[in-house]
Design a protein around this ligand. Structure first.
Ligand SMILES: O=C(O)C(=O)[C@H](O)CO
Ligand SMILES: [Mg+2]
Length: 264
């Protein structure tokens, strides 16, 4: 059974953030994910989950200075203390919201970075992720890494599936897992079904969106019914985050999810 989670950073934006929880529940979503919880007290978000019966399935660690263009700090040399604090803060929220997993964004690498700089980023990334995974293991949480396409996020440090698998292998912590966003995977690597099969044991979360416009999954070049069928055949028991920008209003574009419990 595919369990769909509404990404409240992209869906239901016709409502204010806290109003999006009820809007998602009303059309059949059973879980929610979003970028960052930190603008709200944990108690406020917990109340929104309680009132709707929704599960919190994912959110991101603090990303550095998002407004200034930072997209995570996990691979940035010299920011290790800040990263460690961000792990503690994210896990505080994860425990308060009963959220099983958090995503550590890698950060951006200058396109002209030399080999020494690239090596420093990798070493920092591996050490930071090992710290994060070990801290998360103390409260039975998972930490995820997600390859993100460099068309949407130029210079993002982690952009390829093979790169992510090598990092997971090098860090060597069982609760460090892959956030497989099929949208990014199609843009950067393609071969979606085989990528899923190859990496399945390390997949901690899945996200979907149409390619190339990042609208609903049934808009664009990816045939998601085949991927959903493969996920079920493989026995995927996690969540599928609906991380897309609706082509029109959120409710108008939910027809694709009827067979997965959505009620447009
Ligand atoms: O960009 C994405 O696809 C993500 O899932 C990140 O968590 C937020 O940028
Ligand atoms: Mg994603």
């Amino acid at each position: 059974m595919i369990r769909l989670a509404a990404n409240l950073s992209m869906l239901f934006t016709e409502h204010d953030f806290l109003g999006r929880f009820a809007a998602a529940q009303a059309v059949g979503f059973r879980g929610v994910e979003y970028l960052f919880p930190y603008a709200h007290a944990p108690e406020t978000l917990h109340a929104a989950l309680d009132e709707t019966g929704l599960e919190q399935v994912l959110f991101n660690l603090p990303p550095g200075d998002w407004e200034a263009g930072e997209r995570g700090i996990a691979s940035l040399p010299g920011r290790e203390a800040e990263f460690r604090d961000s792990v503690v803060e994210a896990l505080r929220y994860a425990e308060a919201l009963d959220c099983p997993r958090v995503h550590a964004m890698a950060g951006v690498l200058a396109p002209d970075a030399d080999a020494q700089t690239r090596a420093a980023h990798r070493a920092t990334y591996v050490a930071n992720l090992r710290f994060a995974a070990r801290e998360a293991a103390k409260c039975h949480r998972e930490v995820l890494i997600e390859p993100i396409n460099t068309r949407d996020m130029p210079g993002y440090y982690l952009s390829r599936q093979g790169q992510a698998m090598a990092i997971l292998e090098e860090v060597g912590e069982p609760n460090l897992r892959l956030q497989l966003d099929f949208y990014h995977c199609q843009i950067m690597d393609g071969d979606l079904t085989r990528q899923l099969e190859r990496q399945f044991e390390r997949v901690g979360h899945v996200q979907v969106a149409g390619v190339p416009q990042r609208h609903e999954p049934d808009v664009g070049e990816v045939h998601y019914p085949a991927l959903f069928a493969r996920l079920e055949a493989l026995g995927y028991s996690g969540w599928v985050g609906c991380e897309y920008r609706p082509a029109n209003g959120t409710r108008e574009g939910l027809g694709w999810g009827r067979e997965h419990g959505l009620r447009p």
